[in-house]
Ligand binder design. Structure first.
Ligand code: C2R
Length: 169
């Protein structure tokens, strides 16, 4: 975490941020999915509660650095995704994390999901960081044929895997 995955120093197009390094075991699924499909990501800890100045700086400048989509994960009173969405013009995908301070996960889900009109956060299921990665690839793919083809291939592979499965005796 904390660096781009680029070997050629290309600019990251997806920023994966999280309220704490304790979220990384969940959030890394988004990074793994995106990097395995050739998307350069940067991942770092940014907290609306603990590092509000960093959060403001990150959210107000991300689009000028070439970031196209922000994935933001947080647990408990999860204000980070919504606060970042309030500032940035970029699409924000929120990942509710079932953290050690979460009652049962609903606190985080509702904090991220129930945004007021005017400030959307595309919220995925609890701990569903891989889905956040897939959604980010779909957003990037809407204006990049190569990445859209990667989404099409991913869906075909998933279908094949499911059709191979056998149940029963
Ligand atoms: P620690 O494990 O560091 O105590 O963090 C983090 O996302 C994490 O899930 C516990 C949980 O606190 C969350 N946190 C937030 C924010 N900052 C940290 N929800 C925020 O700004 O929204």
């Amino acid at each position: 975490m904390g660096k781009t995955n680029s070997k050629s120093k290309s600019v990251a197009s997806v920023a994966i941020i999280m309220g704490s390094d304790s979220d990384w075991p969940v959030m890394k699924a988004a990074a793994e999915f995106l990097t395995s499909h050739g998307v350069t990501v940067e991942s770092k800890v940014v907290s609306a509660h603990r590092t509000p100045k960093l959060m403001m700086d990150f959210a107000s400048k991300a689009h000028n650095r070439g970031i196209k989509v922000i994935i933001a994960g947080a647990g408990g009173a999860a204000h980070l995704p919504g606060m970042v969405a309030a500032i940035t013009p970029l699409p924000v995908i929120g990942v509710p994390v079932k953290s050690s301070n979460s009652i049962d996960g609903w606190d985080s889900i509702l904090s991220i999901l129930q945004m007021p009109n005017g400030v959307p956060v595309a919220t995925v299921a609890l701990n569903a960081a891989k889905n956040a990665g897939i959604l980010a690839l779909q957003i990037l793919g809407s204006h990049d044929v190569k990445l859209q083809n990667a989404v099409i291939e991913y869906k075909k592979d998933m279908e094949k895997e499911v059709l191979k499965k056998k149940v029963g005796l």
